[in-house]
Design a protein around this ligand. Structure first.
Ligand SMILES: *[C@@H]1O[C@H](CO)[C@@H](O)[C@H](O)[C@H]1NC(C)=O
Ligand SMILES: *[C@@H]1O[C@H](CO)[C@@H](O)[C@H](O)[C@H]1NC(C)=O
Ligand SMILES: *[C@@H]1O[C@H](CO)[C@@H](O)[C@H](O)[C@H]1NC(C)=O
Length: 397
């Protein structure tokens, strides 16, 4: 029989782990901030929900429709409740949640673990319970929780307060922690949230994407079903990145199991950008049930990046395949580049593997030892799925 002490320890253990059943794979959806910043309204959110389903993005897994900052006023009402902005959200949040749900999608809101949000609206610090209850009553499924006006109260106090308030509502609400990687987030993120930002906000410029990706790669071991490292939302479709950069952004976010949260105007997205965000073979890598964050295997030092040598990231997949992304961070096109199939984990004893190109959507042939790429454009990448040739034959029999 278990001792009382052991039972208490076990209880303490379950109480500190976030266990809301969500985030078995990285979250997918859309958020208003990257494109619209403070210009949010119920019409924008409804149109986006319509567009997600019209374009079939919901079928690919993009399910959360998330309003970022500015949906609420700065003041609270006499009973201490947040007030949704009556100018921009005249029908109220419950009606908006119902509309999003009627489309088979999920509803997300935003607040800050501080006195105010970053745009100076009401924040939730020390109002956690009333806010969480209100959001649950709106039918909210997702909270992005920012870090502005935090009054220097430690993150390890502020973020668990909201975790527990969300839990008390009884409604499973995805908890996306956005404290910019400060205060050692990677040490407490997993027991606190379903994802945790590892860096400052992403900007639609190449150095920001490179920087966020690199910092986010420092602790792959903590990511997994239930909770994910978050290098911030996607900038694809905003016409700020080149097409090569957009492809690399999506391939890298996919292989490191980053949240795939779109941040563009879905009414205006180009056909080329749409092809990138709807690449099902890359989404399958991101949503693979094994949930292992891909890591750098070839040319991983800062000096390699400085020299402009392409880097190779890889990670195992649930069915025994291996996902690979080869990235040329540099300003110049790179010529022939060869990598070792053993080093990426695709073949342990020199067995041959079938290489599938995840941008061209075709098998490129069977290879052993190494695989050679003819060239990689500036800021460009190749994405592959490697499967053991023997396994494939066995499967055919
Ligand atoms: C609340 O936390 C408990 C303990 O971790 C967990 O079993 C339960 O599923 C959580 N409920 C919700 C709604 O998150
Ligand atoms: C928000 O709207 C204002 C006023 O129309 C405009 O000046 C501003 O550029 C908009 N910001 C974004 C990010 O769309
Ligand atoms: C933040 O809120 C707390 C109480 O909730 C209050 O004591 C404090 O003065 C506020 N700080 C600012 C800068 O408004």
């Amino acid at each position: 029989m278990r001792s009382l002490f052991a039972s208490l320890l076990l209880l303490a253990g379950t109480a500190t782990a976030l266990n809301n059943g969500l985030a078995q794979t990285p979250q997918m959806g859309w958020n208003s901030w990257n494109k619209f910043a403070c210009n949010v309204s119920e019409s924008l959110i409804r149109q986006t929900a319509d567009k997600l389903t019209e374009l079939g993005l919901d079928k690919l897994g993009y399910e959360y429709v998330n309003i970022d900052d500015c949906w609420m006023l700065t003041e609270r009402d006499a009973e201490g409740h947040m007030i949704p902005d009556p100018q921009t959200f005249p029908s109220g949040m419950r009606a908006l949640g119902d509309y999003i749900h009627s489309k088979g999608l999920k509803f997300g809101v935003y607040s800050s673990a501080g006195n105010y949000t970053c745009e100076g609206r009401a924040g939730s610090l020390y109002h956690e319970d009333v806010d969480a209850q209100d959001w649950a009553s709106y039918g909210v499924d997702y909270l992005k929780y920012d870090n502005c006006y935090n009054e220097n109260v430690p993150a390890t106090v502020r973020y668990p307060l909201m975790r527990d308030a969300l839990n008390k509502t009884g409604r499973p609400i995805f908890y996306s922690i956005c404290n910019w990687g400060n205060e050692g987030t990677v040490g407490w993120g997993k027991e606190t949230g379903n994802s945790w930002r590892t860096t400052m906000d992403i900007k639609a410029i190449w150095p920001s994407i490179q920087y966020n990706f690199r910092v986010n790669s420092e602790h792959p071991e903590i990511a997994g079903p239930g909770g994910w490292n978050d290098p911030d939302m996607l900038e694809i479709g905003n016409n700020w990145l080149t097409l090569a950069q957009e492809k690399t952004h999506f391939a890298l976010w996919s292989i490191v199991k980053a949240p795939l949260i779109l941040g563009c105007d879905l009414d205006k997205i180009s056909a080329e950008s749409f092809a990138i965000i709807s690449n099902k073979e890359l989404i399958d890598i991101n949503q693979d049930p094994l949930g292992v964050q891909g890591t750098c295997k070839v040319s991983c030092s800062a000096y390699d990046i400085y020299k402009g040598t392409p880097q190779v990231y890889s990670g195992p997949l649930a069915n025994g395949d291996t996902a690979v992304v080869v990235v040329n961070w540099g300003l110049f096109d790179y010529g022939e580049f060869e990598f070792d199939l053993g080093m990426v984990g695709a073949s342990q004893n020199g067995e041959s593997v079938i290489v599938r190109d995840l941008f061209a959507h075709e098998d490129l042939g069977t290879f052993s030892g190494t695989y050679k790429i003819a060239g990689i454009p500036a800021y460009g990448s190749h994405a592959f799925r490697l499967r053991k040739a023997a396994a494939a034959e066995g499967f055919m029999q």
